[in-house]
Design a protein around this ligand. Structure first.
Ligand SMILES: [Zn+2]
Length: 210
């Protein structure tokens, strides 16, 4: 490798194993994990459960994740993190915090993933959220509208909503500013789950059921 290329590298610590690794200082997406070991593991993740007490569970197999989701009753309020829940400070109580979770789509290898996880943990510690889910799949960027807006493969937000239980006596709500996430969950036609396409500048507290 030439010296001119090395000048554009920076050394950062892997968020999984703590080892230092070299990464490009100019890349568009900042990597969170070392190439030597952790990227190939974390790149297989479909979903991460972020629970109380800094509990983290990574799922790479759809059936195991689905079985786990089915053990989590009562999560009736399901909120996107970026530009939805994070329009509120982490310590602002919600009307139904004990039954509220965040669901965030992030790239599996990105620093954004680590930041989203830490943000969820702060909101769980404050009592604003019961738990959170990081998901790593969404409809293809260059796919048709129909593909993007009905995407429900394992690792998507729609897939989490399909498998989180909702008793017939419960009314649930899913709120997202991303149209494809909103449309894909709406397309499931889950009988007692309402969906809200959150608008820029809207007041989340006014959108949530009291
Ligand atoms: Zn590592």
């Amino acid at each position: 490798m030439s010296k001119t290329k090395q000048k554009k590298k920076q050394s950062v610590l892997c968020q999984q194993c703590g080892d230092a690794f070299e990464t490009s200082a100019t890349t568009r997406v900042t990597m969170a994990f070392c190439k030597a070991r952790c990227r190939k593991v974390r790149n297989k993740d479909l979903m991460t459960y972020v629970g109380p007490g800094e509990r983290l569970v990574h799922f790479q197999h759809a059936a195991k994740a689905e079985a786990f989701l089915q053990t989590l009753p009562g999560l009736t309020v399901r909120l996107d993190l970026h530009k939805v829940l994070d329009t509120l400070e982490p310590n602002v109580p919600l009307p139904n915090s004990a039954h509220t979770c965040a669901i965030s789509y992030v790239g599996p290898l990105t620093v954004t993933r680590v930041k989203a996880r830490k943000d969820m943990q702060a909101r769980i510690a404050s009592g604003q959220l019961a738990c959170g889910f990081l998901v790593y799949k969404r409809g293809p960027r260059k796919g048709t509208d129909a593909e993007r807006n009905t995407f429900r493969a394992p690792g998507s937000k729609a897939w989490v909503n399909m498998h989180l239980p909702l008793a017939s006596s419960e009314i649930g709500v899913f709120v997202d500013d991303g149209y494809d996430h909103y449309a894909s969950v709406t397309a499931l036609k889950l009988p007692n789950l309402f969906t809200v396409h959150f608008q820029d500048g809207a007041n989340l507290l006014a959108v949530l059921p009291a």
